[in-house]
Design a protein. Structure first.
Length: 367
């Protein structure tokens, strides 16, 4: 298939690995920010094929995983109300809340619907004016433009029965928070290509300069990631700290300015709690004042919930790259994709799910 098979060429992969071996003269630690990149690295075994000393650290780039527990509990509180339809992407339905998940709630009679775009939720609200329709809007900068357009469309239609429960998060503040941690081991980043397709990479340039870390905008296929690692290692070996673009077929420095305009129109930057990590200043988006009437959290008054994380789950340490999924005592036993204790095991982009799908087992040490 054009634009796919050529990025999975095994001969080219071997050449890139050989070049990495020739280039790397010291141990280097590189974090891939995106959960989709994590899945490719683990599923293809790329992280295990890299030269000795080059270690991939798996970052917090799974939007489902970092959606705060409070947001999930709020969504379920709203879904349980009579006359309400909660619309969501399918990957959110099995993410565990404090007591249950959206899929179980639907099995008990709540009207929880899987949609493929936020516009589907707007159409439901248009067609069922006697019902309140709430769209669970989560994700990084990648999904924010589509959600912004849905709000703008609902406003044009004059829909009084449509709202969003917003939990958008932003990548650069998360990278900054990681680098500010005194225990941070990250020496370079692979930035998420789809986020940069929307936002460009200009906002990464101050991070690279301030913290002296190379940042390479990278795609999601095996050769994308191998080339991205090679570009990062070359910078580290040469003492450079720049933003480079491996994903030239999809990303430009300025990004998609029309999408950015839509996001700035509908949303404003706010502090945001990240599940397992805590609150990060300026790391999220919320509806701006002009569109606050579409804020489901205000419309339904679902604050004051008591949220409790499973004490066995080490999701926070996994999301920040401090621990591997196989370090968790519940991994693969009490925590599986069918019965997850935390979001990283159930999400399609979660690190724990990636390790489990690839058959990664805990290391057994001889006594």
């Amino acid at each position: 298939m054009k634009y796919l098979d050529e990025y999975r060429d095994p001969a080219l992969a071997r050449r890139l690995l050989d070049e990495l071996r020739r280039t790397a003269s010291a141990p280097w630690r590189i974090m891939e920010v995106c959960g989709g990149q994590t899945h490719t690295l683990v599923r293809q075994g790329i992280d295990e094929l890299l030269p000795a000393g080059i270690r991939m650290i798996h970052g917090p780039g799974c939007p489902v995983c970092v959606t705060p527990l409070e947001t999930l509990d709020r969504a379920m509180a709203i879904a349980g109300r009579p006359g309400t339809i909660l619309a969501s992407f399918g990957d959110m339905l099995r993410v565990p809340g404090t007591e249950t998940d959206l899929l179980s709630l639907r099995a008990r009679g709540a009207d929880v619907r899987v949609v493929y775009t936020p516009m589907d939720a707007v159409r439901i609200a248009r067609d069922l004016t006697d019902r309140q329709v709430v769209f669970l809007a989560v994700g990084f900068e990648t999904t924010a433009p589509a959600n912004a357009m849905a709000v703008l469309h609902a406003a044009r239609l004059g829909l009084a029965n449509f709202s969003m429960l917003v939990s958008h998060v932003l990548v650069p503040p998360a990278m900054t928070a990681l680098l500010e941690d005194p225990d941070c081991e990250v020496q370079a980043f692979l930035a998420a290509g789809h986020v940069c397709a929307v936002m460009g990479w200009r906002e990464y340039e101050p991070i690279a300069a301030r913290y002296r870390v190379p940042i390479v905008v990278t795609g999601f296929e095996p050769l994308d990631l191998l080339e991205g690692v090679l570009m990062a290692v070359r910078q580290l070996e040469q003492g450079r700290c720049e933003v480079e673009n491996q994903y030239v077929r999809a990303v430009r420095r300025s990004g998609n300015t029309e999408a950015q305009d839509a996001v700035r129109t509908v949303f404003r930057v706010t502090d945001r709690a990240w599940r397992g990590i805590g609150e990060l200043p300026g790391s999220g988006l919320e509806l701006s004042g002009a569109y606050a009437r579409f804020d489901a959290a205000r419309r339904f008054d679902v604050g004051g919930l008591r949220t409790v994380e499973d004490p066995e789950c080490i999701a926070g340490a996994v999301l920040t790259g401090a621990r591997l999924p196989t370090d968790c005592p519940a991994y693969g036993t009490r925590c599986t994709p069918r019965h997850p204790l935390g979001a990283p095991m159930v999400s399609a982009e979660g690190t724990c799910a990636a390790f489990h799908a690839a058959g990664r087992a805990k290391e057994v040490h001889a006594p």
